[in-house]
Design a protein around this ligand. Structure first.
Ligand code: AMP
Length: 424
């Protein structure tokens, strides 16, 4: 059996992973680490939860340890970009655990925090800088950091960065980086635009894939309840009540929907929190901490806020609303069954969401088993015809399509523009 020692990592890192309790490399680590150590560019197709942070972090740190010397003020040796503040925090935390017994310094910068503190942090130079693209560019403009000495670039959750409209920021950042450089791109899905991106940023990359894109972790037990929109809250409340000792992540499509649902569940007696893009960084951090330590057992979230979060122990992921973009279903259910645990993914599907469920099933090549209600027959006009707005729920009563009405009910994200539905 392969162990970390055999991968050729720096001995201090072999000790560090042992201290963290990692017995053996995960598949993405076993596959990616030798290539990254050999200096190759790499495109990794892997979901979060597969151990990909260490897959790029360990060889990157090994490279940095091989070329010692403090970074000059305001410079960066290795840059890691990730789409959300939470993901940046999480990557930085994971990497700090790995570099604990080394002189390597990991800094991180995200939007929504005081920029002055970040300017001070960067003034000392960074061996590794983890950043969201927008805040990084702000800091570059303020001359708090320059990127021309960066020789390593990691794009993590690259598909989500594209979804969030970071493409221009990525182009601007790529122009500022030094060369030659080694670039690693990780993505859970590989939409057409990603192939184009990889051609722009990567040189002769090795492709490493640990699960087919769009395939959920095998260990997630997926089910669907067919239910009218108006009955979803009471059904969810019942399902949550039936699962003692569960840690549940509930996804809604909109920020407004997340708040509304959290309030209703709270009045039903659940210890519940909500995270989405309208919450301040402090609120988001507090909620995540409370969820991680089990003070709250139910966290209602939008896709953007929850993307890539590593919260060990999530037992259930509820799709209160089916996602507009089928790939997001894969990311959502990837929040459970992490690090080898079992997990359940439960979708609540209204008639008007049948086409969204259909897109998910097509992407994953499965039919999600029905455990509640009856799967409506697609009507000739198409139960999927959202613009017509009508379908039939399990009781036969007409169900209104969930058309966002107010600005704050639109799908969350940096832009209020509705994201294009991508082909599966
Ligand atoms: P990631 O996909 O990087 O978010 O990692 C998911 C989780 O797996 C994190 O909690 C890591 O600490 C954990 N992890 C990473 N590598 C290993 C490993 N080789 N053995 C056990 N756990 C790991």
């Amino acid at each position: 059996m392969q162990d970390f020692q055999a991968l050729g990592l720096h001995s201090r890192l072999v000790d560090a992973v042992a201290a963290l309790g990692y017995d053996q490399p995960t598949p993405i680590q076993a596959e990616a680490i030798p290539h990254v150590l050999a200096g190759r560019d790499l495109m990794g197709l892997a979901q979060t939860g597969t151990g990909k942070t260490a897959a790029f972090g360990l060889p990157l740190i090994t490279h940095l340890l091989a070329a010692p010397g403090r970074p000059a003020p305001r410079t960066v040796k290795a840059l890691i970009l990730a789409p959300t503040r939470e993901l940046v925090n999480q990557i930085a935390t994971n990497l700090r655990a790995l570099v604990r017994d080394t002189p390597i310094r990991v800094n991180h910068v995200v939007g929504g925090m005081s920029i002055n503190g970040q300017i001070r942090t960067l003034s000392h130079g960074s061996d590794i800088l983890v950043a969201t693209p927008g805040r990084l560019l702000d800091l570059v403009k303020r001359q708090a950091v320059r990127l021309d000495s960066a020789r390593y670039l990691v794009l993590d959750e690259a598909d989500q960065m594209l979804d969030l409209g970071f493409i221009h920021a990525l182009r601007d950042i790529a122009r500022l980086l030094g060369s030659p450089r080694q670039t690693l791109l990780f993505s859970a899905t590989m939409p057409a635009q990603m192939v184009e991106i990889s051609r722009t940023y990567l040189t002769d990359p090795v492709r490493v894939q640990v699960a087919a894109p769009g395939k959920a972790a095998d260990k997630v037990d997926q089910t669907v309840h067919f239910v009218e929109t108006g009955d979803k809250i009471s059904l969810l409340s019942k399902l949550l009540g039936a699962e003692t000792d569960s840690l549940s992540l509930v996804f809604t499509r909109t920020k407004h929907g997340a708040d509304k649902l959290a309030k209703k569940l709270e009045s039903a007696g659940y210890a519940v929190g909500a995270i989405h893009g309208n919450k301040s960084q402090g609120q988001r951090d507090r909620m995540l901490k409370a969820f991680r330590d089990g003070t709250i057992r139910v966290l209602v979230a939008t896709d953007v806020a929850a993307r890539g979060l590593d919260i060990p122990g999530v037992t259930h992921v509820y799709n209160f609303d089916l996602p507009e973009v089928a790939e997001n279903y894969v990311h959502r259910i990837g929040r459970t069954a992490r690090a080898g645990a079992d997990g359940k993914a439960v979708a609540l599907c209204a008639a008007a969401e049948l086409d969204l469920l259909g897109a998910v099933e097509k992407l994953m090549g499965i039919t999600v088993p029905t455990v509640g209600g009856t799967r409506p027959e697609p009507s000739r006009r198409g139960a999927s015809s959202k613009s017509k707005g009508k379908g039939r729920g399990q009781s036969g009563r007409p169900v209104q399509a969930q058309q966002p009405k107010r600005a704050d009910e639109r799908p969350s994200g940096r832009t209020s523009r509705r994201r294009p539905r991508r082909a599966a």
